[in-house]
Design a protein around this ligand. Structure first.
Ligand SMILES: [Zn+2]
Length: 584
């Protein structure tokens, strides 16, 4: 789906050491970096990252791959997301994958129209706000300045069934219904938003994709959002992201709240790094998006039962996505408070203090489990263990998983090993699309083919010159060489090592190649030795041919011509053999 040229370009630009270092502490050791393997539990480092080859390999558990593979295996990301993540870090634009079809072209044109309509509507609502004393008084009453209202492009939808008609003389246009501004019912058309303060919702790239509207008085529903449209998918968008981006980067923290008033009130009080989900529960897309922006993610929910339920849902979504180096926290405000009311009452400092002291994901998880079990009885402790199981199974971050396991084991009064068995945890790296790493079993042989393989890995250009017909068939190292030669001939320029590795992933050659790669770091054949090794194979091949011819002669089956050919071949064979190094 993603073109190889882009992937190659991307892998050339990113530094795997830097990518791995985001999650694993690495130390320089010779040409490589080493550290404790994040995919298995160990006390002495057998995890090695090669800046020259741009790949990682654990000699203990066999985990290996390039930068993309690392993000998939460690971060639990899908392939496309891993590529996107790296591309964003490297400042690269993701390529268009397919030439657009005519339908696609039309869809895009249509969307451009819808964007334009929504932007016009936003301008209309903003102009209406300036005319409405009632709406202005309402916003002032909530402590909002004109500056903040302008920053969030807040507007007002007048109390009129067809207010938009003044802005859109083409009120009958189907597109107004399509983008959610107008409702069509039994042949009648009217504005969706009436007598509401309007909060435009922007996509990550800054286009208006929908609106949230809050009633001025006591009407129902209190909050009304645009419906899902071709432009607006609630599970993907976050309110306030565009405005919060700089503050998120500066604080290296992002706060997720429930409503747009919370976001705006927090910004007004100097807490600029808040965003809100849009009337939906937190989705994995939300969490992934946010973890890419900052190292710390804090969910803030109301202190009531509904808030706790929403928080639990966010926890469940976050479990597989939590990374060891990126803490996720849960802030519960006092009963009856939401971030909007609380920050206005208590102020920025008190609010931020609570954010810093917010419960960690593990505290929240374990606290909740404890609250539902009676740890004084064996039955209660068993219940705790069985309730913890589905949650622990979801955790992908290795260190976090071990920490949770230890904690739960101690609460359940079992050993860590017993807990591990009870939880039936999958092996590290077993989740996601990355194949489960296996302990390497391949032993380095002493064949000429092996030496060739090792030197080819040091210089993939050599693979192109390789006459694979010379290789002894059936050897694993021969098969790997054939596969590598094919791969190298198929691409121009020759692939880099990480690309090669990726194309061999899942094949039986990978284990041989990884074993040879280990040796490639220790020894290297010079160019002349490489050709010597090839000549050796050529001699061996001719020797076999001679043997076959001799067998025919001995049985008296050879013709005169064959006898002559044999003699010629023998001379050539002796010459080649004499030229081999070490032949004296
Ligand atoms: Zn390992």
């Amino acid at each position: 789906m993603i073109p190889d040229s882009f992937k190659q370009d991307l892998l050339n630009r990113v530094d795997i050491v830097e990518v791995v270092q985001r999650y694993v502490r690495l130390k320089k050791a010779g040409a490589n970096f080493v550290g404790l393997c994040p995919f298995h539990n160990e006390k002495t480092p057998s995890f090695s990252v090669s800046p020259a080859k741009q790949f990682y390999h654990c000699f203990g558990c066999g985990a290996h791959g390039n930068a993309i593979g690392f993000l998939m295996a460690y971060g639990g990301m899908g392939y496309v997301d891993a590529v996107k993540d790296l591309a964003a870090g490297a400042g690269m634009q993701m390529p268009e994958w397919q030439p657009r079809s005519r339908e696609e072209e039309q869809r895009r044109e249509r969307e451009t129209d819808l964007y334009a309509l929504l932007e016009r509507a936003m301008d209309f609502y903003r102009a209406e706000l300036k005319k409405s004393d009632r709406a202005i008084q309402y916003l002032k009453g909530r402590g909002l300045s004109g500056e903040i209202a302008a920053r969030f492009r807040i507007g007002y939808a007048p109390d009129d069934w067809q207010a938009l008609k003044t802005e859109f003389p083409e009120y009958d246009d189907k597109a107004l219904v399509e983008c959610g501004l107008v409702i069509e019912n039994e042949g009648k058309r009217y504005d969706r938003f009436r007598d509401r303060v309007m909060f435009p919702i922007f996509s990550a790239r800054g286009a208006v994709v929908g609106f949230g509207g809050r009633v001025l008085g006591e009407g129902e529903p209190k909050y009304l959002n645009s419906p899902e449209t071709p432009l607006f998918e609630k599970g993907r968008e976050l309110y306030g992201l565009v405005q919060a981006r700089d503050a998120i980067r500066a604080a290296n923290r992002v706060l997720v709240v429930e409503g747009y008033m919370d976001v705006v009130a927090l910004a007004q009080c100097g807490v600029g790094y808040a965003v809100a989900t849009l009337g939906t529960a937190t989705t994995p897309v939300h969490v992934q998006k946010l973890l890419r922006l900052a190292d710390e993610l804090v969910f803030s929910f109301d202190g009531d039962a509904a808030g706790r339920k929403a928080a639990w849902r966010a926890l469940e979504v976050s479990l597989p996505l939590a990374a060891d180096a990126k803490p996720i926290r849960f802030l519960f405000l006092p009963e009856g408070e939401d971030p909007d009311t609380f920050v206005r009452k208590a102020g920025k400092d008190e609010f931020e203090k609570r954010v810093r002291e917010a419960q960690t994901l593990s505290e929240f998880l374990i606290g909740q489990l404890r609250a539902e079990t009676d740890l004084a009885t064996p039955e209660g402790r068993s219940r705790l263990l069985s309730m913890a199981r589905p949650h622990l199974q979801k955790v992908a971050a290795p260190a976090l998983r071990i920490q949770l396991l230890k904690e739960i084991a101690s609460l359940g009064r079992v050993t860590q090993e017993e807990a591990e068995r009870l939880m039936q945890l999958p092996g590290p790296g077993a989740r996601g699309p990355a194949p489960a790493p296996r302990r390497p079993t391949y032993e380095a042989p002493s064949t000429t083919e092996w030496k060739l393989l090792v030197s080819v890995l040091n210089d993939l250009e050599l693979a192109r010159q390789l006459d694979t017909g010379l290789l002894s068939p059936g050897l694993p190292e021969s098969n790997a060489l054939v596969a590598i030669a094919e791969r190298c001939r198929a691409s121009e320029p020759v692939p880099t090592f990480p690309m090669l590795l990726e194309s061999l992933e899942g094949s039986p050659h990978i284990e041989v190649v990884l074993a040879a790669q280990r040796h490639a770091e220790d020894f290297r054949l010079g160019a002349s030795e490489f050709s010597d090794a090839l000549r050796k194979l050529e001699v061996a091949r001719q020797g076999k041919e001679l043997e076959a011819m001799r067998a025919r002669m001995e049985r008296g089956m050879a013709t005169k011509e064959e006898l002559l050919a044999y003699r010629e071949k023998l001379t050539e064979y002796k010459r080649l053999q004499g030229a081999l190094p070490g032949a004296g």
